[in-house]
Design a protein around this ligand. Structure first.
Ligand code: TTP
Ligand code: MN
Ligand code: MN
Ligand code: MN
Length: 368
């Protein structure tokens, strides 16, 4: 018997939030191919198609061993016709023609380069692409009026497209902690996003801030930002106040997946001396180490929901909400969980999984 032939008889649950998905897995070649197609669909604003490819990739990431032949996939969920076709092609030929064509297409390359500018989404990038703008340099030369975020994105383009290292994340964490404690002693700062899931690099660093005395966290962000600005740590920041909706019972169900916490999307300036494995050796006086940082503030009573909602991965979050609605008739957001009209309290992620009737999945296994 070929190793792994028994894969299909292993029953694999169909929601990513029912599975353990570690960072390192056995099917990179396949998931890389599917991720390209997912990315292309997302850049073309075909969300449904993007999700289908992401779900297929996530299924493969959760398998306990390498897939060697298509016959091993029989009976597995989440693999649509299109994804299966791509998987079979890669298994047989080593590459998929569709993936190769996409990777080399002028449109895909341009859309990736343009949406790689902080502040530029797929819609804007597509408009520019159709005007003949394919690169950040084209954009610079075009004389287009850019908003503040896009100007910063263009200015720090190269820096922001270098992966943020774990040691940079730690250095940023120390700065954030000093800032927060200077303006609100007793506040708690938690590393969230990809680094909480165990990633060694990221596109940004994400932090969740709260305070055990409910209400003390209100209006915290502008004070933190002032402190950081006075110390010269911020190259860019955009702070948004909270916009909570309260219902009689608890935090109201938000109308969209966008949450309503006080937040700050920023670009930090990191001194290259403050961390050891900076990818910027010299000349240090000229180097600006620019790092994207997201700060979110939650009231203590919503902390567990905010933590779960901001740890990701994005697909894992999407699957949790889909599970809640379709399997439990509940609604989950980064603020609350509702069982129809009833607000379900939770002070830990474990309690939220329990409310949802799910086995607890630790952050390191949420890399769907
Ligand atoms: P990201 O920082 O975009 O992604 P990541 O940390 O998983 O990966 P990377 O290394 O590329 O940074 O988002 C982190 C989580 O935050 C993700 O689960 C989605 C969530 N999130 C919200 O809930 N609301 C928001 O408005 C944003 C921007 C993110
Ligand atoms: Mn992140
Ligand atoms: Mn950097
Ligand atoms: Mn982020």
């Amino acid at each position: 018997q070929k190793p792994g032939l028994e894969l299909a008889v292993v029953s694999v649950p169909s929601y990513a939030c029912q599975r353990h998905t570690p960072l390192l897995h056995h099917n990179i070649t396949l998931t890389d191919a599917l991720s390209i197609l997912a990315e292309n669909a997302e850049l073309g604003e075909n969300e449904g198609r993007g999700v289908a490819f992401r779900r297929a990739a996530a299924l493969l990431k959760s398998l306990p061993q390498e897939v060697r032949g298509a016959e091993q996939l029989r009976g597995l969920p989440c693999l649509g016709e299109h994804s299966l076709r791509v998987i079979k092609e890669v298994l047989e030929d080593g590459v998929s023609l569709e993936v190769e064509t996409t990777t080399h297409s002028e449109q895909f390359k341009a859309m990736k380069a343009l949406t790689g500018i902080f502040g530029v989404g797929a819609k804007t990038a597509d408009r520019w692409f159709r005007e003949g703008i394919h690169t950040p340099s084209d954009l610079q030369r075009s004389g287009h009026t850019l908003n503040r975020a896009q100007r910063a994105g263009l200015q720090y383009y190269d820096e922001l497209n270098l992966p943020v290292t774990k040691s940079e994340a730690v250095a940023i964490g120390q700065i954030v902690e000093r800032a927060v404690h200077a303006v609100l002693p007793g506040a708690e700062i938690t590393l969230i996003g990809g680094f909480r899931r165990g990633k060694q690099t990221g596109h940004d660093v994400d932090f969740l801030i709260t305070h055990p005395d409910e209400g003390r966290e209100e209006g915290l962000m502008p004070k933190v930002v002032s402190w950081l600005e006075a110390q010269g740590f911020l190259l860019y920041q955009k702070t948004t106040g909270n916009s909570y909706l309260e219902s009689k019972e608890g935090p109201a169900r938000p109308a969209s997946n966008m949450d309503r916490f006080e937040r700050c999307f920023s670009i930090f300036r990191l001194n290259p001396h403050t961390h050891s494995d900076s990818p910027h050796p010299l000349p240090q006086t000229l180097v600006v180490v620019a790092v994207r940082v997201d700060l979110v503030v939650s009231p203590y009573s919503q902390f567990a929901f905010a933590l779960l909602g901001w740890t990701g991965s994005k697909l894992f979050e999407r699957e949790l909400r889909r599970w809640a609605v379709h399997e439990k008739a509940m609604t989950l957001s980064s603020h609350a969980l509702y069982d129809r009209k009833r607000y379900l309290r939770a002070s830990s992620e474990e309690e939220i999984f329990a409310h949802l009737g799910l086995e607890y999945i630790p952050p390191c296994d949420r890399n769907a």
